[in-house]
Design a protein around this ligand. Structure first.
Ligand code: ATP
Length: 364
């Protein structure tokens, strides 16, 4: 494939002991693809196939015109231009931050090394680690250590960055601290990232694309908003299930500390994120915060009412519950209702309704 191709395709099929992996995945050549699924579904095994650490006989993956695996070729791990970030930073304890960062450059060819050295300053600044360069790893916080590990992986100019639950070993505060840096990497770098997680908030915050993995297979893969809104996927019952929507700050109500954020199809009032009008933000509308009504009611405390059309109704994980997908001017939302409410409202595909949204969070 050429560098201008905008998607990558991978296929890995075979057994790892008694576990079978049967993956067929297409994902964007830019941005973050979240590999999302329950423990033991095969996410790490899949990353290891990309890295050349698992060798399944039946596999295909090429990137930027270079075959990493096909029927004839299997490029060993050390010849693949990958960055790999694990749960633990695994920095060399006897080297300074600066030397840890530079370590990966050694394996690059001369021309590549010069280009990578030029990237050093940019990456150090994107990751906010400039003031840490002389420190020893033991004198860093968990979040700082992980930022250095990400910098080290990226400095080798990988064609593919693999991240295996990079935040799972961090506490809540350290996660909060590191997320903005990951977000700025997503906006500023063009390397494709496969990001393993089972945290819905990380998916909502960082992913452009999501692949839902179950029992060693890709159950679904697609752009974030549409895929999170699919009613045929188990994620709609996850705690925190909902739809992430890309929006823009359109208006500030300084008196009430609110901001109106606009998205294709409508707008929502949210707590003022203290960002100027015109800033892109991502909002999360949880299924449990959406209720449906046949008329726009003015006398309730909920400020967000959006005209919508029912698209699809699916049975819940309990007979008392249903999930309803509605369309708001081209943007999908999901609502979790009791089956009785859905029957009383006579909900069916095509029916016009109002989505009442109790709470909308800016994802940050
Ligand atoms: N080399 C191997 N030989 C035998 N079994 C393996 C091998 N590698 C992985 N497995 C098994 O494959 C299954 C999937 O493991 P994997 O670590 O890929 O899941 P995961 O989705 O990353 O889980 P978690 O979220 O808990 O990290 C597990 O049952 C694991 O024991």
């Amino acid at each position: 494939m050429s560098a201008r191709d905008d998607t990558l395709s991978a296929r890995f099929k075979g057994a790892l002991g008694s576990f079978r992996l049967d993956v067929d995945l297409t994902f964007p050549a830019n941005g973050i693809t979240a590999l999302f699924g329950p423990s033991g579904c095969g996410k790490t095994s899949l990353l290891r196939c990309f890295a050349g650490l698992n060798r399944l006989d039946d596999g295909d993956f090429s990137i930027e015109g270079e075959v990493w695996q096909d029927g004839k070729t299997f490029l060993p791990s050390h010849k693949r231009a990958i960055g790999y970030v694990f749960q633990q930073a695994n920095l060399f304890p006897h080297l300074s931050v600066s030397d840890n960062l530079a370590f990966g450059l050694k394996r690059l060819a001369r021309g590549e090394r010069e280009a990578a050295a030029r990237r050093f300053d940019e990456l150090v600044s994107l990751l906010g680690i400039g003031h840490l360069l002389d420190r020893a790893p033991r004198k860093l916080s968990g979040g700082e250590r992980q930022r250095v590990a990400i910098g080290r992986a990226l400095l080798t100019a990988p064609k593919l960055l693999l991240m295996d639950e990079p935040l799972s070993a961090l506490d809540f505060e350290a996660k909060r601290e590191i997320l903005p840096y990951l977000e700025s990497l997503r906006k500023n770098l063009s390397v494709p990232v496969l990001y393993v997680t089972h945290a819905p908030n990380e998916v909502a915050r960082l992913a452009d694309h999501i692949a839902v993995i179950e029992n060693g297979c890709v159950l679904a893969s697609g752009p974030l908003t549409e895929t999170l809104a699919r009613l045929d996927l188990p994620i709609r019952w996850e705690e925190g299930a909902g739809v992430a929507i890309d929006a823009e700050v359109a208006e500030i109500d300084a008196q009430w500390h609110l901001a109106r954020v606009a998205f294709p199809g409508g707008s929502l009032w949210v707590r003022d994120p203290k960002k100027p009008v015109g800033t892109n933000v991502r909002v999360m509308v949880l299924a449990r915060d959406v209720s449906l009504a046949l008329e726009a009611s003015e006398n309730v405390s909920i400020v967000n009412h959006l005209p919508a059309t029912v698209l699809e109704i699916a049975d819940g994980d309990h007979p008392a519950v249903v999930a309803v997908k509605v369309d708001v001017g081209g943007t999908p939302l999901i609502a979790r209702l009791t089956a009785r409410s859905a029957a009383l409202l006579g909900l069916e595909p095509g029916k016009p309704v109002f989505a009442q949204i109790k709470s909308v969070a800016i994802v940050e």
